[in-house]
Design a protein around this ligand. Sequence first.
Ligand code: 5GP
Ligand code: ZN
Length: 134
Amino acid sequence: MDDCIFCRIVEGKLPAKKVYEDELTVAFWDAHPASPTHILIVPRKHIPTLNDVADGDPILSHMAGVAKTIARKQGVADFGYRFFINVNRGGGQVVFHLHAHLVSGNDLGSVFLKMAVVAAVLWRKLVGAFKRPG
Ligand code: 5GP
Ligand code: ZN
């Protein structure tokens, strides 16, 4: 697939910061990391989406095993991480070559959410402190 970015990375025709390779998969850093650790695990074979994985194809369990290995090597296995696949446009998929995300660390979304919750709690306390009793 000449027009597929991930096929080109798998074939070595496009550069990527690879962290792992085996006979079935290649894993590399996401070009726009959403967290301190953000690695993509990609099958060598061009499969557009999770919906296109044949029943009984061992690729999904293999990808999960690769995630486990990489998480250990990256030192995030005990801390924790997310392992997920976006499926089709409605599921947030942008690159139509099957891939799993391995994400760990504080992502900006959850940092802002926590800050918003803290701000709301402080605001309620502040308003409460200035309210006249009765
Ligand atoms: P999706 O939304 O399809 O699940 O995720 C695609 C991911 O691929 C995005 O997080 C995006 O940053 C990443 N990405 C897109 N193009 C490239 C590229 O050329 N190189 C690398 N390393 N990552 C890419
Ligand atoms: Zn491809």
